[in-house]
Design a protein around this ligand. Sequence first.
Ligand SMILES: [Zn+2]
Length: 170
Amino acid sequence: MSTHQEKLKKSISIIRKLISLYQELLNRMNSKSIPVVCHHSGTSQTRTTLEAINNNHKWRGYPKSQLGYYIAYNFVIINGVVTKTRKLTEKGQATSTFKKFHWDIMVVGSFDIDEVSQENRDALEKLLMNLRLNHSMGSFLPHNQYYNTICCGENLIKELDKLRMTNNIL
Ligand SMILES: [Zn+2]
């Protein structure tokens, strides 16, 4: 084979690889099955700030998100307010035992003790509806389905079960 043919063959193989990567990305963006993992903070439901979580996660070494936060989750809910801390194209960083591309949502509170406030419940429901209807959300499970942890707390897990039933979420 001539050098020219070899070069051509190499180029074609690189182009094929790029096409398959592009298709994988498209599949990921279009797939109806991006799983969501739900967490709690294990801290006060009313007195924990976004800044405190960000500083803690920066200290713990989580990578900076494209939105400028160090917070491992894609969304944080505090007192009924949802903050997007990682883009939907970024994998959640809070469920290290779950290797598949997924999003992490965290509701501030210690739901092994606290009842989920109405405003937090409503905010979570609204966020899930949006992700399900507009962004190809798949399953929605508590952290303890992927790791031996109490996260996201018994009382929030009960709310997730209710939300799942009323909204046809997997
Ligand atoms: Zn968790």
